[in-house]
Design a binder for this molecule. Sequence first.
Ligand code: F6P
Length: 349
Amino acid sequence: MERRKKIGILTGGGDCPGLNAAIRACAKTAMQRGYHVIGIRNGWKGFLDNEIKILDGNNTSGIIDRGGTILGTSRVSPFHVENGPQQVLDGFEKLGLEALVVLGGEGTLSCTSRLYQMGLPVVGIPKTIDNDVRETDYTIGFQTAVQIATEALDRLRSTAESHHRVMLLEVMGRRAGWIATYAGMANGADAILIPEIPLTEERVEELCQMLKERNRRGTTFSVIVVAEGTELEGKMRRKRGSSLAKQEETYPLGGIGNILGEIIERGTGLETRVSSLGYVQRGGTPVAYDRSLATAFGVKAIDLIQEKRFGEMTALKGNRITSVPLEKVAGGIKTVNLHVYQIASIFFG
Ligand code: F6P
């Protein structure tokens, strides 16, 4: 008997603004083309717990501007659960699905690539505020995080100027510095610190000298943005500890701002205050760009399913919506294009 045309959608890993816009685009496009659409709840966990949400015209309307994901998400990987991958494959069959759309970051998409190799007919959509997914210029959620971080830096600039202080903002980004680079450039930050350029003792000394020089010439305030994954070298190195990244020997994410703030205040004698943007940059309504990117990726995902081009991920290359093999995405992250960083650095100091 011909399998009923049904597709599944799941959102895995960290949430981000624009996920619901992508869910809406996938579901509405699929329904227009004769599919029934089943939401898998809470990422891969939904297959393990058999938790689903039937998507229809009603519950996928009016969500393009809503933050988060109506399906829920989790960081559960089936490869870290006994017999997990087989439970996903069995759950897929039990639901009578023809194909699955997975919205994820580097971790979820690496998982997706392995499940594709095991026979799961799946396509991926890149989403994360970190923008660290390879083979696509941007990921859903990134531009919104940049907008939020830029607005925060703008606000810090005014209070820094009023109190003659150094203001330091720690932003997310995991092991890449995309949010810090773009928000710092948009704000005109006086320094941008990212994991791609390790912080040696010499660089910290140069930073302190720059800040003192600004002060000497009468610019009595500064704004610095630091990505959470930035590492200190030498004697300043932070203690190792568990982290979000898979490799336990890496350094903990988060906290660099406070450590650096103390070093700067001690090294310059300038009053320094630290703010950490945290989950604020991951919540709330997506900016227009992310809504449009999510919509284009959602339609492309359904095109790929109809063309039976499984094992691919939607991607943005320049202004083109295209697709790339998931195997080229899996197992690594996209770090900051240092040419962009060089442009921002012209305006440091
Ligand atoms: O991957 C998105 C992200 O927000 C990272 O920037 C951040 O380091 C991480 O998720 C936080 O993870 P969690 O939500 O599990 O604390």
